[in-house]
Design a binder for this molecule. Structure first.
Ligand SMILES: [Zn+2]
Ligand SMILES: [Zn+2]
Length: 279
């Protein structure tokens, strides 16, 4: 499978030369199966650039899945060009039980007077779909989910194909239990042996005490999870809106130090809005 990141910023998009490397767009992840089936997770502002690329490719079908509907994860949706093409077919999934009906939630965001085009009037053929049990199959991609520890809930996902695995856990606070969230051990079990774990690392450990309960982790907790789960690569994600490139570089160096110790250490990097991985 191939995993591409179109937005790695958290909370609100940012711009300016000091953000050139890691980028200013918010959450959007593209996953391709070996047969080129397309799964997109979240519609932060990064989905605008993804949409432009898909138009160039002539792509007319995809599956769209959401972690949750905080602004930074839906903000780009109205500007996703494929929504305005009647030939496009989109299978839309939320995570029942972990969030409300995703179609109804998006219809609240994309509605006058907040946006002139109502979600229900979009030209694309958007089919609201439901999970059959705990697993979602998109072509050869097998998707499972876990509840996030985050205000207003949400879901994290594990995507597997041909023995390779990608875990996406953003907006997840490992050191604070939010209603519906899971224990550290349960998250570690969910991430076990992943080839790539992308986890929320919004804060520095020294910033965290004053932001406890806001729904995000510091990089030390993400590192602890990566080691406990024995993942191959840890990707730090949901970069704070004030974190300029040099600060993110420093955060990665500190995280790598924290990952060393007995046994094999996971590789560590911070995702940019142009990162891609072949698993
Ligand atoms: Zn977020
Ligand atoms: Zn959130």
């Amino acid at each position: 499978m191939k995993v591409c990141c179109w937005g790695a910023r958290g909370s609100v998009p940012v711009s300016g030369p000091e953000f050139d490397c890691y980028g200013g767009d918010t959450t959007c992840i593209e996953i391709r199966s070996r047969n080129d089936a397309l799964l997109v997770i979240d519609a932060g502002t990064g989905i605008r650039r993804l949409g432009c690329a898909l138009v160039e490719q002539g792509r007319l079908d995809l599956t769209l899945l959401f972690t949750h509907t905080h602004w930074d994860h839906v903000l780009g949706l109205p500007f996703f060009k494929l929504l305005y093409n009647p030939r496009v077919r989109i299978d839309l999934y939320g995570s029942p039980g972990l969030q409300g009906d995703i179609g109804k939630l998006l219809a609240r965001v994309m509605a006058p007077p907040l946006f002139p085009v109502p979600f229900g009037s979009l030209p694309a053929r958007i089919k609201g779909c439901v999970w059959q049990g705990e697993t979602l199959q998109v072509d050869t991609l097998r998707v499972t989910r876990i509840a996030l520890s985050h205000p207003n809930l949400g879901a994290g996902y594990r995507v597997e194909e041909d023995g390779k695995s990608f875990v996406f856990l953003t907006d997840n606070e490992l050191s604070q239990h939010h209603r519906g969230g899971r224990s550290f051990e349960e998250y570690a079990a969910f991430c076990r042996g992943a080839d790539l774990l992308v986890h929320d690392a919004e804060y520095l450990p020294e910033e965290y005490p004053s932001r406890r309960g806001w729904g995000h982790s510091h990089f030390g907790d993400a590192a602890r999870l990566a080691r406990a789960a024995g993942v191959r690569t840890l990707g730090l994600f949901h970069h704070n809106q004030e974190r300029i490139d040099a600060d993110v570089d420093g955060l990665v160096l500190r995280c790598r130090e924290m990952l060393t110790g007995p046994g094999p250490a996971p590789e560590c990097l911070a995702l940019t809005q142009n990162s891609s991985f072949d698993l």
